[in-house]
Design a protein around this ligand. Structure first.
Ligand code: FAD
Length: 399
C-alpha cells in the first residue's frame, strides 16, 4: 500500500455500498476496501419471484463477479464496532480495518415490533435463502400433507407483501396442478394495519392495486392488527386464524450497528446525516440507513452510493464538495404476471405498460452493477424457473 493514498473503507455489499465501491475502484489516489457479511449482492426486487418459482440466480449476484478485474480488496466479515480514536472498524472475528474515510451502508432488517411468536414462526423473503425456505415449505406441505394450507397469510400491504400475494395465487395453482391435485380455491389473505394498501401512495393507486389483487383471488384485510402467533395460528384483531404459512412483510428497522456504536439517530429510526450524508467527520452513512427523504428504496441507495463516491473524489482532489439533493424514486409494484402499478412523479401507469417498465427498470438496475452483456445475461434469469421439488421440476422448470 502506498502511504499517500487515502484509505476508503466501504461497509455493506448491497445497493449503496457496491455502487460507491464500483465508482471509487480504479481511482489511483484511493486504497479501497469493501467489507461485507456475505459474498453475494442480494437483488431484493426479484425476491418475491424467487420465492414463487423463479430462479435463485436472479436475486443473487456474486461480489467476485461484480468486481472482477477491479482494483480493491474484498473482505468477508461482519462489522461490530467503530473505533473512533483509531479510525478503524472492528469485525466480529476480532480483526481491525483502518480507514481515512468510511462509508456505511448496512441496510435494514425485519421489524417484528416485539409481537409474540412472529420471529419464531413466520417466514420472510428478505434474503434469497429465506425466499427458498418459504418456497420449499409450500412444496413440502403439498408432498407431505397432500393438501394446501388452510390459509396463506401475508402480513404487510406494502410493495413486498403486495408483490408476493400477487404472485402466490397463480404459483399455488401451478404447483398443485403439478402435484396432481384437483383444482380448488386456496385462501391467500393480505393483512394490513393501515386502512388501505400502500398507505403512503395516492388513493387511486391503492384502489387499483386492491382491485388487481382481488381479481387474482387474494382476500384483503385492511385496518387489522396482528397481535401474536403460535405454530398453528395467527391472531388478528383478537381472532385466531389457522395457518402454517405466515409471511411477515410488515416493516423493517435500521441495522442495530448504529445504536450500538452511539450514532445520533434521526427521523424514522435512521441515522442523522448532514448535507453531505456525513454522520460525523469522514463517516458517510447512505442508503436505507440515512435519515433522508427517500431512503428505504434501492434507487435511493444507488443514487447515494454514486453521490458519495463522486464527492469523496472531489474532496481528495481538493475541490469543493456538492450538497446532497434527494431524488424522488419511481415506484414500480408488480402484481401478478404482466401487470404492474407505476408512480412516476405525478404520472400513474397500470397494467402491461407498467410491467414492461418494471422489466426495463431491472435491466437498468443490473446495468448499474455489471457491463451490459453480463447485465443482459443476468436479466434473462428473470425468465427462468427453478424448482428443487422433483415433481415440479419435471412439470414446471424452464431453463
Ligand atoms: C423483499 C424486498 C423487496 C424490495 N423491492 C424493492 C424494489 O422493488 N424497489 C426498490 O427501490 N427497493 C426495493 N427494496 C428496498 C431495497 O432493497 C433497499 O432499499 C436497498 O437494498 C437499500 O440498499 P442499502 O445499500 O442501504 O442496503 P442493502 O442493499 O440491504 O445492503 C446492505 C449490505 O450490508 C451487509 N451488512 C449488514 N450489516 C453488516 C455488517 N455489520 N457488517 C458487514 N456487512 C453488513 C448486508 O448483508 C448487505 O449486503 C426491497 C427490499 C426488500 C427486502
Amino acid at each position: 500500500m502506498t502511504k499517500d493514498k487515502t484509505r476508503v473503507l466501504v461497509v455493506g455489499g448491497g445497493f449503496g455500498g457496491i455502487k460507491a465501491a464500483l465508482e471509487l475502484a480504479g481511482n489511483d489516489r484511493i486504497n479501497l476496501t469493501l467489507l461485507s457479511d456475505h459474498d453475494s449482492f442480494y437483488y431484493y426486487p426479484t425476491l418475491y419471484h424467487t420465492a414463487t418459482g423463479g430462479a435463485e440466480a436472479q436475486s443473487k449476484l456474486p461480489l467476485s463477479r461484480i468486481f472482477e478485474g477491479k482494483d480493491l480488496t474484498i473482505i468477508h466479515g461482519k462489522a461490530s464496532h467503530l473505533d473512533r480514536k483509531k479510525k478503524a472498524i472492528l469485525t466480529e472475528d476480532g480483526k481491525a480495518y483502518p480507514y481515512d474515510i468510511l462509508i456505511l451502508s448496512l441496510g435494514s432488517k425485519p421489524n417484528y415490533f416485539g409481537i409474540e411468536g412472529i420471529e419464531k414462526y413466520s417466514y420472510n423473503i428478505v434474503t434469497p435463502d429465506n425466499a427458498l425456505r418459504f418456497k420449499n415449505h409450500l412444496h413440502e406441505q403439498l408432498t407431505s400433507k397432500r393438501q394446501p394450507d388452510l390459509n396463506y397469510l401475508i402480513v404487510g400491504g406494502g410493495p413486498t407483501g403486495i408483490e408476493l400475494a400477487g404472485a402466490l395465487t397463480g404459483y399455488l395453482e401451478e404447483i398443485m396442478h403439478a402435484h396432481g391435485m384437483p383444482k380448488r380455491k386456496v385462501h391467500v389473505d393480505l393483512i394490513e394495519a393501515a386502512p388501505k394498501l400502500v398507505p403512503r401512495m395516492p388513493d387511486r393507486m391503492s384502489r387499483a392495486i386492491a382491485g388487481r389483487l382481488k381479481r387474482l383471488g387474494v382476500r384483503l384485510y385492511c385496518g387489522r392488527m396482528v397481535e401474536g402467533m403460535t405454530a398453528d395460528t395467527l391472531t388478528v384483531n383478537g381472532k385466531p386464524i389457522q395457518s402454517h404459512t405466515v409471511v411477515w412483510n410488515a416493516g423493517t428497522t435500521t441495522s442495530s450497528f448504529y445504536k450500538e456504536n452511539d450514532f445520533v439517530m434521526g427521523e424514522r429510526g435512521k441515522v442523522a446525516v448532514d448535507e453531505y450524508l456525513q454522520a460525523e467527520p469522514d463517516v458517510y452513512v447512505i442508503g436505507d440507513n440515512a435519515a433522508t427523504e427517500y431512503s428505504g428504496m434501492a434507487q435511493t441507495a444507488l443514487y447515494d452510493g454514486h453521490y458519495v463516491a463522486a464527492n469523496i473524489e472531489r474532496h481528495i482532489e481538493g475541490r469543493l464538495m456538492k450538497r446532497y439533493t434527494p431524488k424522488r424514486p419511481i415506484y414500480v409494484i408488480p402484481v401478478g404476471h404482466n401487470w404492474a402499478a407505476v408512480l412516476w412523479g405525478n404520472m400513474q401507469i397500470y397494467g402491461l405498460p407498467g410491467w414492461l417498465l418494471r422489466l426495463a427498470a431491472d435491466m437498468v438496475g443490473f446495468k448499474d452493477y455489471e457491463p451490459w452483456w453480463r447485465a443482459t445475461k443476468q436479466w434473462m434469469t428473470e425468465f427462468q424457473t427453478e424448482e428443487s421439488c422433483s415433481t415440479c421440476a419435471k412439470h414446471l422448470q424452464k431453463p
